[in-house]
Write a protein that binds this ligand. Structure first.
Ligand code: GAF
Length: 378
C-alpha cells in the first residue's frame, strides 16, 4: 500500500488503516427496528493508505477503480450532487469526510484497496467508511469512541450515500474482536463479545458468494424499512423491537404484508437471543437450527431471499450441513453455511453441483474465521 500510495500521490502516506467486512451470524433486518444483531468480522476487508492534507480537500483513489476523485470536505451531501455511476464508490469516503468534518477532521489523500468480493453482501461499503473514519480521526488528532464512530459512519451512509442502512455493519467493522461474535443492541448501542470459535468445535462456517450481485440502494431495502416503520406506528410502538405480544400484534394488523414483516422481525430478535445463549453454552452445532429458521423467515415472511440463496441452503442441508441462511440485506449477495468441518468439502461440492445443474455462474467460497475489527496497521 505504501509504495502504491507514493506512486499515486508523489509522497509517502502517514499511515495505513484496515477495516474488515462482516458476516452476520443471525439477526437480519433487525438493526433498523432497534433490535439485536450478532455479526462477526471477516479476515478480509478494506485497507486505506492516507496522508493528511490541510487544504480542505479529500482526494481518493482506489485499486479497484480507474481515476481519482477530488472533492471539498465541506460540500453538501454527496447524494445531492448527482455523481455519475463510475464515481459512486467514492461517495463513501467523501461522505465520511463530510460528516466527520463537524467533529474536527479535515482533508486527506487516500489510496483504497479491498480484498472483499464486490457486491457479495459482505459489507464492503461499511468497511470503506470505517477505514476512512479511523484514518481521518488519527490524521487530524480527533478522538471519537468506536460506538460513536460507528453511528457517524452509518450517518454518512444514510445522508451522504443515500442508503438507509441500520447500525450493524459499521459496528461490526469497528467493534468486533477475533474469536467472537458481537451481540449488539441497536437501540442502546451497547454490545458484548460472545465467544465464537467454530474450528474449536470441528465446525466450519462457509461464506458462499452466490454471484447474484446485490445493490441495496435499489428500492426494496428502503421499502422494507418503511413497512416496518408503518407497522410500528399502527401498533403504537416506537419500533418493532417493542412488540411483546406477537399474536396480539398480528391480530391488530390488517395488511398481510405488514403482518409478515412483523412476524419476521419479532421472531428474529428472539432467535438472536437464543443464538447468544447457545454460543455461551458452547452448543455451537445447535446454531444450525436457528440459521435455518432465520432463512425461512427471511424467505417467506420478509421476502428478501433470492433463488441462488435458497438453492445454496437446500443443497448444503442435503449434503449434511447443520444449517445455513442468507446474510445481509438480501436480493443477492452471500449465504453462510455451518457445517461439520469433516463435511465441508462435500457441502461445497454439492452447492457447486446444484449451480451447475441450473447453468448458474459457479459460486465462490471462503471460510469465515471470526477476526479482529478495524485498526491502524502501520
Ligand atoms: C444491510 C444493512 F446495511 C444493514 O444495516 C442491515 O439492515 C442488513 O442489511 C440487514 O440485516 O447490510
Amino acid at each position: 500500500m505504501t509504495d502504491g500510495f507514493t506512486e499515486a500521490f508523489g509522497r509517502a502516506p502517514d499511515g495505513v488503516w484496515h477495516a474488515p467486512g462482516r458476516v452476520n451470524l443471525i439477526g437480519e433486518h433487525t438493526d433498523y427496528n432497534d433490535g439485536f444483531v450478532l455479526p462477526f468480522a471477516l479476515s478480509r476487508g478494506v485497507s486505506v493508505a492516507a496522508a493528511r492534507r490541510d487544504d480542505g480537500v479529500i482526494e481518493v483513489r482506489s485499486r479497484q477503480a480507474a481515476g481519482a476523485v477530488s472533492a471539498p470536505v465541506d460540500g453538501p451531501p454527496v447524494v445531492s450532487e448527482g455523481w455519475p455511476a463510475e464515481r459512486a464508490w467514492a461517495a463513501y469516503p467523501v461522505g465520511v469526510a463530510r460528516v466527520l468534518r463537524e467533529h474536527g477532521t479535515g482533508g486527506a489523500s487516500l489510496l483504497i484497496d479491498s480484498d472483499l468480493p464486490q457486491g457479495a453482501g459482505l459489507s464492503s461499503s461499511a468497511a470503506l467508511e470505517c477505514a476512512t473514519a479511523l484514518a481521518l480521526c488519527d490524521l487530524h488528532d480527533v478522538e471519537i469512541d468506536r460506538p460513536a464512530l460507528a453511528r457517524l459512519a452509518q450517518r454518512a451512509e444514510n445522508e451522504q450515500a443515500g442508503m438507509p442502512c441500520g447500525l450493524m455493519d459499521q459496528s461490526a467493522s469497528l467493534l468486533c474482536t477475533a474469536g467472537h461474535a458481537l451481540m449488539l443492541d441497536c437501540r442502546s448501542g451497547l454490545s458484548s463479545q460472545v465467544p465464537f470459535d467454530p474450528a474449536a468445535r470441528d465446525l466450519t462456517v462457509l461464506v458462499v458468494d452466490t454471484r447474484a450481485s446485490h445493490a441495496l440502494t435499489g428500492g426494496e431495502y428502503g421499502r422494507r424499512r418503511a413497512e416496518c416503520e408503518e407497522a410500528a406506528a399502527l401498533l403504537g410502538v416506537d419500533a418493532l423491537r417493542d412488540v411483546k405480544d406477537l399474536a396480539g400484534a398480528l391480530g391488530t394488523l390488517r395488511d398481510p404484508v405488514l403482518r409478515r414483516r412483523v412476524q419476521h422481525v419479532v421472531t428474529e430478535n428472539h432467535r438472536v437471543e437464543a443464538a447468544v445463549g447457545l454460543l455461551r453454552a458452547g452448543a455451537l452445532p445447535e446454531l444450525g437450527a436457528m440459521l435455518n429458521a432465520s432463512h425461512l423467515s427471511l424467505r417467506d415472511q420478509f421476502e428478501v431471499s433470492w433463488p441462488e440463496a435458497d438453492t445454496t441452503v437446500d443443497a448444503a442441508l442435503l449434503a449434511g450441513a447443520r444449517g445455513g441462511r442468507m446474510v445481509g440485506g438480501g436480493f443477492g449477495g452471500s449465504v453462510i453455511v455451518l457445517t461439520p468441518a469433516s463435511r465441508a468439502e462435500t457441502v461445497r461440492e454439492a452447492i457447486t453441483a446444484a449451480y451447475a445443474e441450473r447453468d448458474w455462474t459457479p459460486p465462490g467460497f471462503l471460510e469465515a474465521v471470526p477476526s479482529r475489527g478495524a485498526r491502524r496497521v502501520s
